[in-house]
Design a protein around this ligand. Structure first.
Ligand code: NDP
Ligand code: 8X3
Length: 252
C-alpha cells in the first residue's frame, strides 16, 4: 500500500517543503491551506510525481474541516502520516500592549485548529496502525520564554503537552507522535508576525544562517521513516548561531 500523508499549511514554508519532500519519496499527499490559488499550483506541480489532493480549508473552521475530512476518498481511510504544521505568530509586543484579536487568532489556529484536525484524523491513523506517525510542529518558544513570546509561546507549550498526552492515549495503537520544536527558521512566518515588514524580516535573519524549510522537511521525513518500534518524543532544532540569552534583570 502506498504511504499517504496529510499536511496542514502546505502553501508556504515548512508545509510546502514537506509536501515536496514526501512527494519526492512517492507518498500520496493531502495538502491544505487557505490560499487556494497557491495550494492549487503546488498541487498541480506535485501531481506530476504522486497523487495529490488539495483542501482549501481554514483550520479554525471546525465544520469545514470536518466536512472536508468526512468526504476524503475511501483510499485515504488509512493515513501513514499527519503533519500538523499550520500556525502563526502575530506580533512580538509585551503582553500589556498586545491585541486581543491577535491572541485569539493564535489560539484558534495553533491550539484549536491543531487539536480538531488531530481528533478528526486519528481514526485513519489508528486504522493504519504500526508505523503511522503524527508530527506536531511546536517551537522552542514553547520551551523557552522570551519577551513578546507570551501567547505564541503558550500555544506551542500546549502543542508539546498535547503531543506527549497523545502518546499516552495512543499506547498499543502503533501510532507515533513527535513534537518537533524548531528555533530560528527562514520563512514567511516572520513576515506574518511583523505584518509584512520586509525590513524586520531581513533584520531577523541577517548573518544568522537560519534553519531552512527544507531542513525541517528532511527532519519530518526522517522522523516518519524511523523503524516502527521507535518514537522520537520531542526534537528541538536550532541554527548553530542561535543559543540562550540568560536571565533578564531589571535594576532600579
Ligand atoms: P509560513 O508562514 O511559511 O507557513 C504557515 C502555513 O500555515 C501556511 O501554509 C499558511 O497557509 C498556514 N496557515 C496559517 N494559518 C492558517 C489557518 N488558519 N488555516 C489553514 N492554514 C493556515 O511559516 P512556517 O512554515 O515557518 O510555519 C509553519 C509552522 O512552524 C507554524 O506552526 C509555526 O508556528 C511553526 N514554527 C515556525 C518557526 C519559524 O521560525 N519559521 C519556528 C518554529 C515553529 P495559508 O496562509 O495559505 O492558510
Ligand atoms: C518560532 C521561533 O523563536 O521566533 O516558533 O518563537 S521563535
Amino acid at each position: 500500500m502506498t504511504n499517504s500523508i496529510f499536511i496542514t499549511g502546505a502553501t508556504s514554508g515548512f508545509g510546502e517543503a514537506c509536501a515536496r519532500r514526501f512527494a519526492d519519496a512517492g507518498w500520496n499527499l493531502i495538502i491544505t491551506g487557505r490560499r487556494e490559488q497557491r495550494l492549487k499550483l503546488i498541487g498541480e506541480e506535485l501531481a506530476t510525481k504522486t497523487e495529490v489532493l488539495t483542501l482549501a480549508v481554514d483550520v479554525r473552521d471546525r465544520q469545514a474541516m470536518q466536512e472536508a475530512i468526512d468526504n476524503l476518498p475511501d483510499r485515504f481511510a488509512r493515513l501513514t502520516g499527519l503533519i500538523n504544521n499550520a500556525g502563526l505568530a502575530l506580533g512580538i509586543d509585551p503582553a500589556h500592549q498586545c491585541s486581543l484579536d491577535d491572541w485569539e487568532t493564535m489560539v484558534d489556529t495553533n491550539v484549536k485548529g491543531l487539536m480538531f484536525t488531530t481528533r478528526m484524523l486519528l481514526p485513519r491513523l489508528i486504522a493504519h496502525g504500526r508505523g503511522a506517525s503524527i508530527v506536531n510542529i511546536g517551537s522552542v518558544a514553547g520551551n523557552w520564554p522570551y519577551q513578546g513570546g507570551n501567547v505564541y509561546g503558550g500555544t506551542k507549550a500546549f502543542v508539546r503537552q498535547f503531543s506527549l498526552g497523545l502518546r499516552c492515549d495512543l499506547a498499543g495503537t502503533g501510532v507515533r507522535v513527535t513534537d518537533l520544536e524548531p528555533g530560528l527558521c527562514e520563512s514567511e512566518f516572520t513576515l506574518v508576525r511583523f505584518g509584512g515588514d520586509q525590513a524586520r524580516y531581513d533584520a531577523t535573519y541577517a548573518g544568522a544562517s537560519p534553519v531552512q524549510p527544507q531542513d525541517i522537511a528532511e527532519t519530518c521525513f526522517w522522523l516518519m521513516t524511523q523503524p516502527p518500534h521507535l518514537n522520537i518524543n520531542t526534537l528541538e532544532i536550532m541554527p548553530v548561531s542561535q543559543t540562550w540569552g540568560g536571565f533578564a534583570i531589571h535594576r532600579e
